[in-house]
Design a protein around this ligand. Structure first.
Ligand SMILES: CC(C)(COP(=O)(O)OP(=O)(O)OC[C@H]1O[C@@H](n2cnc3c(N)ncnc32)[C@H](O)[C@@H]1OP(=O)(O)O)[C@@H](O)C(=O)NCCC(=O)NCCS
Length: 162
């Protein structure tokens, strides 16, 4: 039987759950994110900081697979019609089950309800699993050149909301 995937929204009181998943993501896929495990460990690993992160970024989602937490994503509220999808991660043991698709769909649906006209994201050029996922969900390369300070080649992708 196909697994049942559900998506739930977190608030700042869920910071401990978020922290555990986010630290796992930063440890497992350091190349995928601008933030680093170092920045969120030691002195940087504080309740007020995790709570602030969950308050500043409007949408924070967990995906659950048959009740197990297996993925996460966030999105900013629209500014000039554009929301940004960030912090996408699916735990290695839950990959290839449609969790990434469920999370991206939930972000697109939320952004549309918030009145966004498009959703943007940045992805490293070599991250082929993420690229395939985003293209499948309607994102395309915006053609925008990466900034001069970009340490790694990244694509800026956009999904236009109908
Ligand atoms: C990108 C990512 C979110 C995709 O999640 P997902 O739900 O597994 O996506 P898909 O179901 O589309 O995966 C497609 C296929 O790639 C495989 N796959 C996905 N990510 C993989 C990885 N990092 N390593 C090896 N195989 C991977 C899946 O098993 C699946 O294979 P299958 O079709 O043969 O079963 C996930 O790989 C991930 O969290 N990667 C690390 C963090 C990251 O890159 N985030 C995006 C930042 S922009």
């Amino acid at each position: 039987m196909d697994p049942v995937i559900s998506v739930r929204q977190l608030g700042s009181d869920d910071w401990q759950e978020w922290r555990a998943m986010r630290l796992a993501a930063l440890a497992e896929a350091p190349d995928a994110f601008c933030s680093t495990l170092e920045e969120w460990s030691g002195e940087g690993d504080r309740e007020d900081r995790w709570r602030a992160r969950l308050e500043e970024v409007e949408l924070n989602l967990f995906a659950e697979i048959d009740g197990r937490v297996g993925g996460m994503v966030s999105a900013t509220g629209p500014v000039d019609g554009e929301s940004e999808l960030i912090s996408m991660w699916v735990a290695p043991e839950e990959r290839g089950k449609g969790v990434g698709d469920a999370l991206v769909r939930a972000v697109l649906c939320w952004a549309r309800r918030q009145g966004a006209r498009r959703v943007a994201l940045d992805v490293r050029e070599g991250n082929r699993h993420a690229l395939a996922l985003y293209e499948r969900q309607g994102f395309a390369d915006s053609g925008e050149a990466p900034g001069p300070d970009e340490p790694f080649p990244e694509l800026h992708m956009l999904a236009h909301l109908g």
